[in-house]
Ligand binder design. Sequence first.
Ligand code: GDP
Ligand code: MG
Length: 302
Amino acid sequence: MSFFEKLKNGLGKTKTNINDKINDVFSNFRKVDEELLEELEEILIMSDIGMDTSLEMINRLRDKIKKENIKEVEEVKNALKSIMINVLEVEDKNLKINTKPSVILVIGVNGVGKTTSIGKIANNLKKNNKKVLMAAADTFRAAAVEQLEIWANRVGCEIIKKEEGADPASVVYDSIKQAKEKGTDVLICDTAGRLHNKKYLMDELYKIQKVIDRELPDADKEVLLVIDATTGQNAISQVKAFKEVAPITGLVLTKLDGTAKGGVVIGIVNENKIPVKFIGVGEGIEDMEVFNSQEFVNAIIE
Ligand code: GDP
Ligand code: MG
């Protein structure tokens, strides 16, 4: 199965949620008028895209219809799709990992899929001939380290770990040392996501970032925030909270398989202007791809 097919299958519920309703509206309308736009607006709002972004997109659609003199109902659908693609296209959408080593710091709430995503991303990088090293800087539970280790074995890359409760920043420090010594291309750091203890999380992430900046001042650094798409609008508040503790350079959207709430990605990107870099559509090692906004929109609206 190609990734696009996987994506389409994975986004099946989101597609049912948006596409079927949109097609219903189009089959009920003969001409392009304000009422049609209102119906579309309602569908967008109901599909977890969020109020502000939905209104903004409909306004852009209204302008486009006027400017391009769109008369056919079917053309409105394509116009809406191109607006969605445009919203999802923000700057710096490609992973910037050109220095040797470069660092990817992975952050996010517990259970969103950080460790799993690290495994999948590492696999993806390895396929592109990158030498990857994992840092088990989620030292909060021993199980978290073991889980990352399983992924490292599966991918076939090395991992730096310490005992449960060790200082996460010291794990990162040791990892950087090894990365320099062994010619690692990309160092990927797992972290704990105790958002309920914000002060602690903030200190922890601050210390980790300080070590990275001190030891690798000229390296390319990505800070990827992992978001669980099934949480819908709650994901938006997670982005807000994490923006305060780290300079996020990209989003990883997980669990798009089996949720009808995939529309939330459009709202998150529009409100924060942070690009989505990867999306996860399953628990398997191959179930993650570099995000492509055109494919995404084509998978949810046909
Ligand atoms: P962490 O606490 O953020 O490190 O999250 P984990 O990586 O441990 O993932 C939590 C659960 O979500 C695990 O059971 C994963 O298999 C599952 N998971 C992660 N990504 C995906 C995904 O894209 N799709 C599905 N269906 N499950 C996922
Ligand atoms: Mg984890």
